[in-house]
Write a protein that binds this ligand. Structure first.
Ligand SMILES: [Zn+2]
Length: 322
């Protein structure tokens, strides 16, 4: 039940986004409506936690990028919605979870082709509990992480015994740090106004260094969520699941806009292809869903041009610094 006193609180203040975050075009069309439902984000108090009016997703008609028509205009919104009471047990559970290893090993395999070693270094931005950093270390990289959250950073540092930085990328660059590979695994979709972030990421890349980015594929995620909405329309609770619920995903990259973003910061795009899917254990996914996800994942890898189809629910890009 929603607390009736919430109705007296002000709604979350929003700031409109007036131009495309990637190409600065103002030719933007509304392609999606979502809801702001802060009931599951109590740390965003003292705003009204009950369901707010719909927020809209813009598609840039020039580059194909998708972004919210407005974003929360309050201090540390993302720090608040991501705040969790982490315990060592919950962090250890995340660290030991293997369902993302297919994605991680795919990225490391490709990065290994660019930099077979031996003197190769890697920085994982948004390292969370450090599992990817550890896998990279095991495969012969001098691997380090960057994690802004002090609690998860401390855990990752202790658990992996590898360097986990809490500074921002530009601060590492100022200290002369340069890496032969930098990774952003399911991180960039969460960070509003991504261009300044990408610019600072390139500062820590060595010449010849490779950036690997995995993000959800914006237009195809909309296709999937639109389909889900039609199927689940009789259940308003489930219908709240959306491509940008509570602005958790703010950047909705198409193949073209991801390419443009990387080229705009001076990188040479080597490849943009379908990203691997998480391998949810059979027990959790059930046979039907498990088989479907695995079949789509395989089809996306073997069918030429699949990156432009709904088979590609995620994008995996590799770009080199000249
Ligand atoms: Zn654009």
């Amino acid at each position: 039940m929603t607390d009736p006193t919430l109705a007296s609180l002000p709604p979350l203040p929003l700031r409109p986004t007036l131009q495309c975050w990637i190409c600065e075009s103002t030719d933007l069309s509304v392609v999606w409506h979502d809801v702001i439902d802060l009931q599951w984000s109590p740390n965003v108090a003292p705003y009204n936690h009950s369901v707010q009016p719909a927020c809209r997703l813009f598609r840039c008609n020039t580059c194909g990028f998708g972004q919210p028509a407005a974003v929360p205009d309050i201090e540390n919104y993302y720090g608040r919605i991501y705040h969790r009471e982490w315990t060592d047990e919950s962090l250890e559970f995340d660290y030991q979870a293997t369902y993302r290893d297919t994605i991680y090993n795919d990225i490391l395999k490709q990065l290994g082709r660019f930099h077979p070693g031996p003197n190769r270094s890697l920085l994982d931005i948004g390292a969370h509990t450090g599992r990817f950093v550890w896998l990279a270390h095991e495969q012969g990289w001098a691997a380090e992480g960057l994690e802004i959250n002090p609690v998860t950073a401390e855990f990752a540092s202790r658990r992996t015994a590898l360097p986990i930085h809490t500074q921002r990328a530009e601060e590492l660059a100022e200290h002369g740090k340069r890496y032969s590979a930098v990774t952003l695994n399911d991180v960039l979709e969460h960070l509003p106004e991504p261009m300044p972030i990408l610019r600072s990421v390139t500062e820590v890349m060595a010449s010849g260094g490779v950036l690997a980015i995995k993000v959800p594929h914006g237009p195809m995620q909309r296709v999937k969520e639109g389909f889900r909405r039609r199927i689940l329309r009789r259940d308003p609770m489930l219908d709240r699941a959306g491509v940008m619920s509570n602005f958790v995903h703010v950047n909705h990259f198409s193949v073209n806009s991801l390419r443009l973003a990387l080229e705009s910061v001076g990188l040479k795009v080597v490849e943009i292809r379908a990203g691997r899917s998480e391998t949810i254990p059979w027990k959790q996914s059930g046979i039907g869903r498990g088989l479907t996800v695995r079949a789509i994942d395989r089809a996306a890898r073997v069918i030429p041009g699949s990156v432009h189809t709904p088979l590609a629910m995620n994008l995996q890009a590799f770009a080199m610094k000249p």
